[in-house]
Design a protein around this ligand. Structure first.
Ligand code: ACO
Length: 326
């Protein structure tokens, strides 16, 4: 099997910022409450005319440039999202058209906030086996379109954005050393968007009852997240043949600073070795991990030969992780 690495990375964040102070004017909440319970200070929100495929396309173009790979070389495009432009065609097909990836196969992947990590695991297989040479994996969301801005339990948490990587062959012993994924449908009820699918098509009634918005049992998701983040990271490290002490940096899903702190404690990682950017962007679901990774690289937090763990959890329930030697 061939070694598979990240050849380039890029991200795209909408310009418009919604701060906690802005939210104070919309729902019964305070800046202090949001910071204390989540760590979030602001989030980005896409303008009305911008959809998920637009953010995904821009992130993809930046990743291709960073990798010095042309769109025509891409064999496969995977877009991880729970906020596709529409049910079909897939957002990945829209990106394929926008960037001119003429030979690429394209599909969307739905594993909520774990989606990017699922995408890396899938993309890696195609390259490792020699089936494909270059795969674009994108995590992209416009969460602002599916949150009820009058619900203080959810509206404070989420933001919009996109991150993309180009996967390709790399030096032996480097790149994505291991991937790990899991799911537990029993916990699906804790985090869902009930209406708009075949079970409950959208009607005036579903809209009136708010069933076309994210529904969440925050404390159940919190308990699950605290348990699974550390475990998923440990599993990926074990599968990579390494140990906790070999890890130089962790890029976790950005849902809540308290979840990240609990995971860091379990992994005995000091917080300065864990990337945190949720204060600026909130939880961008599938986009959180690639955007954080892009930022960590650009800030020089990840250096050559570093061992990096990416780890996330989300609706499904799902979780995913991987170990990358840079
Ligand atoms: N402002 C002020 N008060 C609030 C707010 C708010 N925005 N939201 C809730 N409260 C109130 C509650 O009503 C409650 O009041 P009560 O005690 O009178 O009933 C009180 O604050 C405490 O509420 P809790 O829900 O216990 O607060 P908690 O500390 O658990 O924090 C939170 C809630 C932030 C949602 C937390 O549970 C969490 O982060 N959970 C994980 C959520 C998550 O990560 N979801 C995304 C998963 S990723 C994906 O796949 C999309």
């Amino acid at each position: 099997l061939k070694s598979v690495g990240i050849l380039g990375i890029g991200s795209c964040l909408p310009e418009k910022e919604v701060t906690n102070f802005d939210l104070e004017k919309m729902v019964d909440t305070t800046n202090e409450w949001i910071i204390e319970r989540t760590g979030i200070k602001a989030r980005r929100v896409a303008d009305e005319n911008i959809a998920t495929s637009d953010l995904a396309t821009e992130a993809a173009i930046r990743a291709l440039k960073d990798a010095n790979v042309s769109a025509e070389e891409i064999d496969l495009i995977i877009v991880a999202t729970i906020t596709p432009d529409m049910a079909f065609p897939s957002t990945a097909c829209m990106v394929q058209k926008n960037i001119g990836a003429i030979k690429a196969a394209s599909f969307d992947l739905e594993a909520a906030c774990s989606g990017f990590l699922y995408g890396v695991a899938i993309g890696k297989q195609f390259i490792a086996t020699g089936t494909y040479h270059k795969v674009l994996v994108i995590g992209a969301e416009t969460m602002s379109r599916i949150v009820d801005w009058s619900d203080r339990n959810t509206s404070i948490l989420f933001g919009d954005g996109a991150g993309a990587v180009v996967l390709g062959e790399t030096e032996e012993g480097k790149g994505v050393l291991s991937t790990y994924m899991g799911s537990d449908g029993e916990g699906g009820k804790f985090l869902s968007l009930p209406a708009g699918g075949s079970r409950m098509p959208s009607t005036f009634e579903t809209i009136r009852e708010g069933l076309n918005y994210v529904k969440m049992d925050g404390s159940e998701v919190f308990k699950f997240a605290v348990r699974i983040m550390g475990k998923a990271a440990e599993e990926a490290i074990k599968l990579s043949g390494h140990q906790l002490q070999d890890i130089d940096y962790v890029v976790p899903h950005q849902a809540n600073i308290r979840i990240i702190e609990a995971a860091a404690k379990r992994l005995k990682m000091p917080l300065d070795k864990v990337h945190v950017n949720l204060e600026k962007y909130g939880n961008m679901s599938a986009a959180s991990v690639p955007v954080a990774l892009d930022e960590a690289i650009k800030e020089g937090k990840i250096k050559k030969d570093d061992m990096v763990v990416l780890v996330g959890f989300g609706a499904g329930l799902t979780w995913g992780s991987c170990v990358i030697k840079w």
